[in-house]
Design a binder for this molecule. Sequence first.
Ligand code: PLP
Length: 422
Amino acid sequence: MKIQNQQHWIERARKVLPAGGFGNFDPSIVISHGEGAHVWDEDGNEYIDYLIGSGPMLLGHGHPEVLEAVSDQIGRGMTFFANNASGIELAEVICEAVPCAEQLRYVSTGGEADMYAMRVARAFTGRDKIMKFEGGYHGMSAEAQMSLAPTVLIDFPRAVPDSAGIPKAVRDEMLIAPFNDAAYTQDLIAQHGDEIAAIIVEPLQRIIPPVPGFLEMLREQCDKRGIVLIFDEIVTGFRFSYGGAQEYFGVTPDICALGKVIGGGFPLAALAGRTDMMAHFDKDQVGAEGFLMQLGTLSGNPIASVAGLKTLEILRRPGTYEKLLATGTRLMETFSDHLSRNGHAHDIVGHPTLFEAVFIDKTVRNYRDVISADASKMASFNKALRKQGVFKSPGKVYPSLALTEEDLQRTSEAIAKAAAQI
Ligand SMILES: Cc1ncc(COP(=O)(O)O)c(C=O)c1O
């Protein structure tokens, strides 16, 4: 018998949480627990999970080996503030895996990693301007909130703040370019190159792949003009491949931001990069003037570190990424087949490890393409999928390594029904 108590939690949430939730996700669902590739809501409904905690649970929920590592650590202490061996070991493992990572600093969230990456670039170059791409997501800092999801489309390179409470001065230091527009981006760099501290980019912008040569062009321009190239690999790190999108695309940034997978489901993120840039965190190397203060109570937390270490160890096992790519490719094809059969114009945008079916009749190349798609059809499709037991974010499908053959078949049936209903 089902325990009918989801509504109860929704009502309690409304009283104590603004907008009735944590700000992240539709507050009309309250998750009770997760196991493998499945989650259950507080009414006992089961879903195949394609949200996977917005990315971290690449191995699925409650992987037994991660649980064992975490349980062992919990018994030995939850947080120390001081250095701990697991955090040091995890830093070594990340620096070995990620091409740009010579050294790293821990923080607790991806947004902080991005914020410090931009700050390091400013400290290193002595310049103030940051270039970002419209629709690019880099957390919640004032800079990152510029032209993240603008509803009013103004002329580039002016920024539109997506949040209240941001001083106008921040906007003046931002340059916004359309993702995948190499000609425009190059012109902007030609005009402002000597003022730009950093170009920050998601190598896969939300779900949109870079057109061939785009990342290479950014690398070349940054080298030419002394600009720091930051890859935001919060999502793509250890997902696109073990070395992330920089390894996958063969373009190495100066600094990258990592999060999600590296904490194995616990709050841990990092910025990693060139030693000469990371030196700004060391007063002995750069002096008081160049020093970048960075502290965080939970930075390098041992529980997150052991969860991350075990997660990365499992990801290194032979065949892991082949399996993830095969699963994702099959899912992309499944979405496309059912949508085509039901006559829905769409573009499957992304990479097998992270993608979305966008209702549009052209190839998506940038943010303006995404917002020109049929949003109400998308919402209906997501709703129908949820009813059929497929749990996903409104704009992404995250495959996990815990998905079984049965899950994939059930997903296909759910997609078929949802595609027929909308
Ligand atoms: C590309 C990217 N950057 C930064 C962030 C922010 O990470 P966090 O939510 O851990 O602050 C996210 C979160 O989804 C992200 O997808």
